[in-house]
Ligand binder design. Structure first.
Ligand SMILES: *[C@@H]1O[C@H](CO)[C@@H](O)[C@H](O)[C@H]1NC(C)=O
Length: 331
């Protein structure tokens, strides 16, 4: 090709790139690394809505989470949130708090939980000792500040809040308050998610009563739970115990995760089979997995004590045993 044609081609490419420039980054560093832009932080709310609808069972309140996130990162306007978004998930182990949180990270961030903008702090791992609470607070403050200075759209996940020393979370109070800047840093685009078992007893009890009245799970309203949970969070030990965060109403949404009943556990089992490309598992095999589940409370035996936890490995064994592809048989 003669030189002039090359030139026209090159100009063409540059023009096309210019019109799409909101999608591409000119900073070559961002071609190889993760940068704070729409490409690595797509905030794909539709994907989240779809995934939660298809893969989460019996938790109709998760749609409120999607709405809250959509409102916070309103991508189509110049809307600026007035405070960081704070969500608090409560429920028995295995009811899906971590599971849903993972889907949130995967829909909002291209690299999901591996993104450098997604931080996962676990009570017993990161903040185990009561007497070191002061140094935890100091570190936590510096981490949140350091990261948010670089990029506003951070996701901070605090897991096992009930296992954290009671005062650690007080350090984030100014960051989640209605302020444009704290010490020169703007936290209003950040998202904080708190996970705990706190209040789970109250949630389960409330649902059991509701169920005894012959009402449907889906008829339960968020407002039925909010006061229950705030009271539970106050009275039980751990990260929110007498916490400034709760006292000053800085949690935007309390989301209860309801205990799983048998029909939901069966859906989880089928989903685990599907994840392993088994689309039509035998009902005997589903029953076999169900036998590993313990049911409670004693009064009704209505709920799985471990929710949908531990199912994955059981299904894995089942698939290896009964469904492995023919070519592996000789091994
Ligand atoms: C960002 O947070 C991580 C913890 O998730 C921490 O290890 C790191 O030092 C923080 N970065 C800055 C610049 O503060």
């Amino acid at each position: 090709m003669p030189f002039s044609k090359w030139l026209i081609f090159l100009v063409g490419v540059i023009c096309v790139k210019h019109t799409l420039s909101f999608k591409f980054s000119y900073n070559p560093y961002c071609w190889v690394a993760e940068c704070c832009n729409d490409e690595t932080i797509p905030g794909d709310i539709n994907k989240l809505r779809r995934t939660l609808r298809e893969r989460v069972y019996g938790q109709h309140f998760v749609s409120d989470i999607v709405d809250a996130l959509a409102a916070h990162w309103n991508l189509n306007s110049n809307y600026k949130p007035s405070k960081a978004l704070t969500l608090s998930f409560h429920g028995w182990p295995g009811s899906g708090k971590n599971y849903v949180t993972k889907f949130i990270a995967e829909s909002l961030y291209k690299y999901g939980t591996k993104s450098k903008y997604v931080h996962h702090f676990i009570g017993r791992v990161h903040f185990p000792l009561e007497k070191q609470a002061d140094s935890y607070k100091e570190n936590l403050y510096l981490w949140l500040k350091g990261n948010t200075t670089k990029c506003g759209k951070q996701l901070f996940i605090f897991d096992e809040v009930d296992k954290m020393p009671a005062t650690v979370l007080n350090v984030i109070k100014p960051m989640i308050d209605y302020r444009d800047n704290v010490d020169g840093v703007d936290y209003t685009n950040a998202i904080f998610i708190f996970l705990s078992n706190t209040g789970a007893g109250l949630i389960n009890q409330h649902y059991e009563e509701f169920w005894n009245y012959g009402k449907k799970r889906e008829e339960l309203q968020l407002s039925d739970f909010e006061t229950l949970i705030t009271r539970g969070a106050f009275n039980e030990e751990g990260g929110f115990h007498h916490s400034d965060t709760i006292k000053s109403n800085l949690i935007d949404h309390y989301i209860p995760f309801l205990p799983m009943e048998q029909k939901h556990v069966i859906e989880c089992i089928k989903d685990e089979f599907r994840q392993r490309n088994v689309f039509d598992p035998k009902s005997a095999h589903i029953k076999e997995v169900l036998q590993f589940i313990e049911w409670g409370p004693d009064s009704s035996k209505l709920f799985s004590k471990t929710g949908c936890k531990r199912i994955s490995s059981k299904v894995g064994v089942m698939v290896a045993k009964y469904y492995r592809p023919a070519q592996n048989n000789e091994l």
